[in-house]
Design a protein. Structure first.
Length: 149
């Protein structure tokens, strides 16, 4: 496996996710980015700020801001103060967002089931281990800003 095939692998998964989430986007007339923001907030309760979304999902801050504003305006998100840090704003999904989140999670489960087809439990366990090690190594490279000579 080389770096090019790793990028192609992640790209294929991303495209497959777009395919299974497309019906939800159409049903609720949401953009992909707005949907991604709602699902991120619903699935990651420890990461609730616009900055978290920008950094972890790699979405430009101004793009996050535009979509958050629209989601707030449309009643899918609320902004709440963070106790102890008045500079931070917690983004919270509203009850209106629940049907989107439920259908989005169903699409995510469908994707995982399809990606796992033909794999035995021991295959999945090996994949999980490799995935975790690679993710940890990538995180270390980001922290250290290693320059390869």
């Amino acid at each position: 496996m080389n770096i090019s095939s790793m990028f192609a692998f992640t790209s294929r998964i991303q495209r497959a996710y777009e395919v299974v989430s497309q019906p939800v986007l159409h049903e609720f007339e949401l953009s992909k980015t707005s949907f991604d923001i709602l699902m991120f907030l619903a699935n990651n309760p420890d990461h609730y700020t616009a900055k978290d979304i920008s950094v972890i999902r790699n979405i430009k801050p101004n793009v996050v801001s535009i979509h958050v504003d629209k989601l707030v305006h449309d009643g899918y998100l609320e902004r709440q103060s963070v106790k102890g840090d008045r500079r931070k704003v917690r983004l919270v999904c509203t009850p209106k967002a629940v049907p989107i989140i439920e259908k989005g999670r169903l699409a995510q489960r469908k994707l995982l089931e399809n990606l796992r087809k033909g794999l035995k439990e021991e295959d999945l366990e090996c994949f999980r281990h490799c995935f975790c090690v690679i993710a940890k190594n990538a995180e270390e490279l980001q922290k250290e800003k290693v320059h390869l000579d």
